[in-house]
Design a protein around this ligand. Structure first.
Ligand code: ADP
Length: 741
């Protein structure tokens, strides 16, 4: 059942009901009836307990065996309840069914009197099948009254017809782009991988550390031959998308039932990628992300389950769709941290894509200009095929990256753009080219401070500063969504006029741009100013068409897009991600800034990227300037290896939270005392979480580090089973944590 229950339950199949694994049923649960999915059916013999009977079999497309197995695997890996993983897989079924249309069809009965008009109507209705009353009358060239009277006399009747969703077949005869030499080599390797002439049963299929085991052994053995993973590694603009489109074509050609999934980290990116698929295959792929709503969501789910949708482009949860014959998964921008789902059922879509590929016997392509250390490690070890694309395609060259040392040329007081950056903007705008200012901070100012008492305004129930948003005039907690109008007086000391905005967000930078360049057409691209896929598409199009001179953007716009006239990228605060210093701070900052810089000069005109920093010597800044990715990554790898941290070791975080500090303290104390002894495992904590209070709940953290050989989930499960949490305390387990807050 798609509920947070520890395990599945046994039921009796009543006489006359046929069910098989994957079928949807309605079954008694306590005093109510619940929706469930059949995991397996076995003979009654040997079961002595009385079993409650299933109530009904539901008429929904069954979950294919691969999906069922993946759901089970996912729950085990995340050390969470199977029902929580199942719940994601059933998301499409919770959406409303499309409302059937009312149409008229012939009954076979003769009407009382046969006129010419009536004959024509019946003929058309017989020929064309069910039609709306008005279209039928029109097609027969008669008035609406004729149709109505035929219904009254029983010769026609109303039928409810479900509008079939149209997922037209991709046109595989269309030619792809003419690839350059390095693209062609990579595409050839991917075609071979997907088509099965290479990599089958190669080192990839046996050497994965994701540890898939359990039921379905036979089917898996049959299908696992198609499993292989490739890393498509090439700078921004080298044509990775062009290359993986060839892999998609190869997968679809190899088998008329084959399905392909393309995962993207950001809704804002889907529209551009959808357009490229449309261009390549003549049809729009099915789309799956949080902005796909209602009946559309259900249609996509059903079309995937029945094999009608052959290409799906979506966000991380698309990985849980009920694919019938999944043959290829592409994870674009595989390094992106938005692939980690941090709330509810916790998972990393890139890692889970590899696992699903293994279960389905599908090829997996991970694409990035700045691959994650996890993926690079697998590529280096030969577990993944490593396909490298040389340079940018065509005349485009990589942007020249330089640093602006803010210690030498700081901006004026209360301003955020330094003189060298402003000068370059003047030049670029003078040439009629575009500027992107990148600042990964939403809103107007990240902190509001009272100059009378020195207090920073925080949310009432959460340890996070309230961010000022001028567009909406509100102070917002970005963690919980809490918001309030900006007050006149300080809530602490009551002083008026003392509340000051500290630091910049995108809105404040845009304000400065408008002051400095009143003629320039400016726009802000962040999740507060651009809502949903449609608006994002419109904004991207406007920028691509040259309708914006200066775009100020968070990471929502830093990734993936092609803006031909964009030749200057200014990074307002290159050091931002390095503060706070978690495990991946350096890696992530490098990836993000390389992505952002990579927006410049994607077409014929050369681009520049200017990074404002207080620490130009930092290894991340140096790697960006010299373009020496290898040296930087080697240093990072070395440090991780020395500390036994991912990808060389494994981590799990345990976060206990509750409204009552004493009960929480007692629980984490008991948990600490019950820590099992295990070889190759270290437990740190309990410590106050950096975010010590969220939505009125206090938070405490443990961090577990383990060698790769350790069964980390087994350790965590055994540990938490030793101490029962009081009702007010919730324990969340985060396997492979990416956030340490
Ligand atoms: P990446 O995914 O590596 O950032 P893209 O596939 O988006 O790169 O390619 C960057 C730009 O170059 C796109 O506009 C794309 O259409 C173009 N391009 C890449 N390869 C080719 C090719 N072989 N022929 C024509 N255009 C290409």
């Amino acid at each position: 059942m798609p509920l947070p229950l520890e395990e599945a339950f046994d039921y009796a199949v009543p006489e006359g009901m046929e069910v098989a694994a994957g079928d949807h049923v309605c079954a008694p649960l306590g005093s109510r009836q619940a929706h469930g999915v059949v995991l397996s059916v076995s003979p009654r013999e040997g079961v002595n307990r009385p079993l409650k009977p299933l109530q009904a079999r539901l008429d929904e497309p069954s979950l294919p065996p691969g999906t069922l197995e993946f759901v089970g695997w996912a729950a085990k890996y995340s050390a969470d309840a199977p029902g929580c993983a199942l719940s994601i897989a059933l998301k499409g079924l919770r959406a409303p069914r499309p409302r059937p249309e009312r149409k008229v069809a012939v009954t076979g009965a003769e009407p009382g009197k046969l006129t010419d008009a009536r004959l024509r109507v019946l003929e058309v209705a017989r020929e064309k099948g069910p039609l709306g009353a008005a279209p039928l009358a029109r097609a027969a060239g008669v008035g609406a009254a004729v149709v109505k009277s035929l219904v009254e006399e029983g010769a026609l009747h109303w039928v409810a017809v479900e509008k079939p969703a149209s997922f037209p077949a991709p046109d595989l005869s269309r030619p792809g782009a003419v690839l350059n030499a390095s693209q062609a080599t990579a595409a050839e390797a991917l075609r071979a991988l997907v088509g099965g002439q290479d990599g089958r049963g190669g080192p990839t299929s046996s050497a994965l550390s994701l540890g898939i085991s359990g039921a379905g052994e036979d089917r898996r053995r049959a299908e696992s031959s198609g499993f292989a993973v490739a890393l498509l590694d090439g700078v921004t603009g080298s044509g990775k998308t062009e290359v993986y489109l060839e892999a998609v074509a190869a997968a679809l050609e190899a088998d008329p039932g084959a399905q392909v999934l393309v995962l993207l980290p950001e809704i804002a990116l889907t529209q551009a990628v959808l357009a490229r698929f449309k261009e390549r295959f003549g049809v729009q792929p099915a789309e799956w992300h949080s902005a796909v709503s209602g009946t559309k969501r259900r249609r996509v789910w059903e079309a995937v389950a029945t094999g009608r949708a052959r290409i799906v482009v979506g966000a991380r949860s698309a990985l849980f769709l009920p694919f019938l014959k999944l043959r290829l998964i592409v994870v674009d921008e595989e390094h992106d941290s938005s692939y980690k789902q941090e709330e509810g059922f916790i998972y990393h879509a890139r890692d889970f894509a590899v696992a699903r590929g293994k279960i389905e016997g599908a090829a997996v392509v991970l694409a990035s200009a700045t691959p994650s250390l996890e993926t690079l490690r697998n590529a280096e070890a030969g577990r993944y095929r490593w396909l490298k694309l040389g340079a940018r395609h065509g005349a485009a060259v990589m942007p020249e990256v330089s640093l602006i040392d803010l210690r030498e040329t700081p901006p004026e007081r209360g301003r955020w753009l330094s003189p060298p950056l402003v000068e370059s903007m003047v030049e670029t705008l003078g040439w009629g080219e575009q500027v992107l200012l990148f600042l990964n901070r939403r809103g107007y100012a990240p902190v509001v401070l009272c100059t009378a008492c020195g207090e920073k305004l925080t949310a009432p129930d959460t340890d996070s500063w309230l961010v000022e948003h001028r567009y909406t005039g509100r102070l917002v907690c970005h963690l919980t969504g809490f918001s309030m109008p900006k007050p006149e007086r300080c809530p602490h000391c009551g002083a008026t006029g003392g509340l000051t905005s500290i630091g910049p967000g995108v809105e404040r930078v845009e304000e400065e741009v408008r002051e400095r360049f009143p003629e320039a057409r400016t726009a802000i691209f962040s999740s507060d100013t651009v809502f949903g896929a449609e608006q994002a598409r419109a904004m991207v199009e406007r920028m691509a068409a040259g309708g914006i001179d200066v775009m100020v953007a968070t990471q929502a716009a830093a990734k993936g897009h092609n803006f031909p006239k964009l030749t200057l990228v200014g990074v307002v605060d290159a050091d931002l991600g390095l503060r706070g210093g978690d495990l991946r701070a350096g890696e992530r900052t490098f990836q993000l800034l390389a992505q952002a810089s990579g927006r410049a000069g994607r077409a014929e005109r050369p681009g520049r990227a200017l990074l404002q920093t207080w620490m130009p010597e930092h290894s991340v800044m140096q790697a960006l300037v010299t373009g020496d990715r290898e040296a930087f990554l080697n240093a990072e790898m070395f440090e991780r290896q020395a500390a036994g941290l991912p990808p060389f070791g494994r981590l799990a975080a345990l976060i206990a939270s509750g409204p009552d500090p004493e009960a929480l303290e007692r629980y984490v104390g008991a948990l600490a005392a019950a820590t099992p002894e295990a070889e190759g495992v270290e437990v740190y904590g309990p410590a106050d979480a950096p975010l010590g209070l969220v939505r009125g709940r206090r938070r405490k953290r443990f961090l577990v580090r383990a060698d790769r050989t350790v069964d980390l989930q087994g350790f965590v499960n055994a540990w938490r089973a030793r101490v029962k949490a009081p009702g007010s305390v919730r324990l969340t387990v985060d396997i492979d944590p990416y956030s340490f807050l």
